[in-house]
Design a protein around this ligand. Structure first.
Ligand SMILES: [Zn+2]
Length: 235
């Protein structure tokens, strides 16, 4: 490997590292989007279930009021009949009917009372929760928009980096690219790494003083005696 080839490999490696970084970021963006979407769905579900409950209660109350009106109407008719009947037995029968209607009216009035209380409570709950839910929904929608923008930028960058990588690879000898790909697999990551403060950043072991001195003075690319990676000096 000539120094020029190693420098080319280093550039190749930098582009690949940048590609990996952006791919990771895209993965996190995707996760964030999923979380926000699921939160959005939950919030919208909570709100619509509250509103549905309210609508149902309002409908039940309306129905119950109509039923009460009907009972009242029947009660009135029974009372009219009572004023007209002569026979005691008929009168007794009507009296029973009257009692039944009165009883129904009472029962339904209690039910109506309960439903109205329930509706009042529910409306208060909606009044309390709806603005909070609406606010969070708007926030999430804005966050999703930002993420989409970031994703578009990242994807464009990723494409241009991939093109750059291909350009760089095609400008190099096949043997150099092959060497790089094999070495990359062997080291499971970086092939050419900097030595910082005398330590190989590939394996974390100090390089011998003589080697370090040579890299420092000659700006050369050497091999780390511990891990075998290509190393160069970096301040
Ligand atoms: Zn090393």
């Amino acid at each position: 490997m000539t120094k020029e080839q190693l420098k080319a490999i280093l550039q190749l490696q930098e582009v690949e590292q940048e590609i990996l970084r952006i791919e990771k970021r895209l993965g996190r963006i995707h996760q964030e989007e999923e979380q926000l979407r699921s939160e959005l769905e939950t919030l919208k579900g909570q709100l619509s279930s509250l509103l549905e409950k309210r609508d149902k209660l309002e409908k039940d109350i309306k129905n119950l009021r109509e039923e009460i009106e009907l009972e009242e109407e029947m009660l009135r008719k029974t009372e009219e009949k009572m004023a007209l009947v002569k026979k005691d037995v008929e009168y007794k029968a009507l009296l029973k009917e009257k009692a039944k209607h009165e009883d129904n009216i009472l029962k339904k009035s209690y039910q109506l009372d309960d439903l109205q209380k329930e509706l009042k409570k529910l409306k208060r709950e909606i009044e309390d929760k709806k603005p909070k839910i609406d606010k969070r929904v708007r926030e999430i929608e804005e966050e999703l928009e930002d993420l989409k923008y970031e994703k578009d930028v990242a994807l464009r960058k990723l494409n241009s980096l991939k093109e750059e990588l291909e350009r760089k690879k095609s400008s190099l000898d096949d043997s150099v690219v092959r060497f790089y790909d094999e070495a990359k697999e062997h080291y499971e990551s970086l092939v050419v790494v900097p030595v910082e403060e005398g330590i190989c950043t590939g394996c974390g072991i100090k390089v011998p003083e003589v080697l370090f001195s040579k890299m420092l003075k000659e700006n050369s690319i050497e091999r780390c005696p511990t891990c075998g990676r290509y190393v160069y000096y970096r301040l």
